[in-house]
Design a protein around this ligand. Structure first.
Ligand code: ZN
Length: 291
């Protein structure tokens, strides 16, 4: 029997730990090979001077943080696409010709081709990316979400056209979901602290109200509470981006907000918007493709 293969297609060093740091160790425990696309080097995130240390650039520092997270999350392989982080929409960094945003805007087929190359190498049965709003609206998240969804669709069509020839075909596509309760909690907490929920995060580029408005239906919930400690360790690696916050959330609140990780099933699309799975590998045929 083939092992299950899962590809997470994200944009920055830290997306994997902050977003799926409790789910990844569960898949590893389940015997799944987990692959990661990190599309940018994280060049632009603000970094406190005292954390810069020996690293000449923000990208170097953030890649070392990703290396640290890998020790905890145990990816089978990490594919770096090495685009430049685009930073905030409309900023000078987003117009840099090597930025993911610029490339997506001017050469989308090139970005899709890079993602397809990874699909062909890792041959994932299951693919996860951001939702259509890029989780909280970051333009790099939206770019990699679109490139991943297009790569998925093109490979499915190619395999359909050559049906029976053993051509690789990905079987399921998901968007990772933020739990609504968490987002509502963040809005409430921001207001209680006198902060503007439309300008949150270390770079003040997160509009939490829009994030809530763009949440998509959840079809799969997987239990992850057992892995909070791994999540905390992986997140702590990304200290320059404010990692290690989870332990500062009280235990009961953490359980209430984060015990289950939700996903939107994009392909195959469910007939109704309701939770009908607790496993991304439900109905996957592990032997359906060549490797
Ligand atoms: Zn990100």
């Amino acid at each position: 029997m083939e092992r299950g293969r899962l590809l997470i297609s994200y944009a920055h060093p830290d997306d994997e730990s902050f977003g799926l740091g409790a789910a990844i160790p569960k898949w590893i425990d389940d015997g799944i090979d987990v692959y990661l696309i990190c599309a940018t080097n994280g060049d632009v995130g603000a970094v406190p001077e005292e954390l810069r240390g020996k690293y000449a650039t923000t990208a170097e520092l953030r890649l070392s943080e990703l290396e640290c997270a890998r020790q905890h999350l145990k990816f089978k392989e990490v594919f770096m696409l090495e685009y430049r982080d685009s930073g905030m929409p409309g900023s000078e960094t987003s117009r840099h010709p090597e930025s993911l945003c610029y490339q997506w805007e001017h050469h989308p087929a090139g970005v899709v081709a890079r993602v397809k190359e990874v699909f062909k190498r890792a041959q994932p049965h299951v693919v996860i990316t951001f939702n259509r709003y890029g989780g909280y609206g970051h333009p790099d998240h939206i770019a990699i979400q679109r490139a991943t969804a297009q790569a998925f669709e093109q490979l499915r069509k190619q395999a359909d056209a050559g049906a029976g020839t053993g051509v690789y075909q990905p079987q399921k596509l998901y968007y990772a979901a933020f739990p609504k309760a968490t987002i509502r909690w963040r809005i409430l907490r921001a207001r209680l602290k006198g902060q503007n929920p439309r300008r949150m995060g270390i770079n003040q580029d997160v509009d939490v109200i829009k994030t809530l408005e763009h949440i998509e239906p959840v079809h799969t919930r997987i239990p992850v509470a057992k892995y909070f400690d791994v999540w905390e360790r992986a997140s702590s690696c990304h200290a320059s981006q404010g990692g290690g916050r989870i332990s500062r959330t009280s235990r009961w609140l953490r359980r209430f907000l984060y015990s289950k990780q939700g996903f939107t099933r994009v392909y195959p699309a469910p007939e109704r918007d309701q939770v009908d799975e607790d496993d991304l590998f439900a109905n996957i045929d592990l032997n359906a493709q060549q490797s």
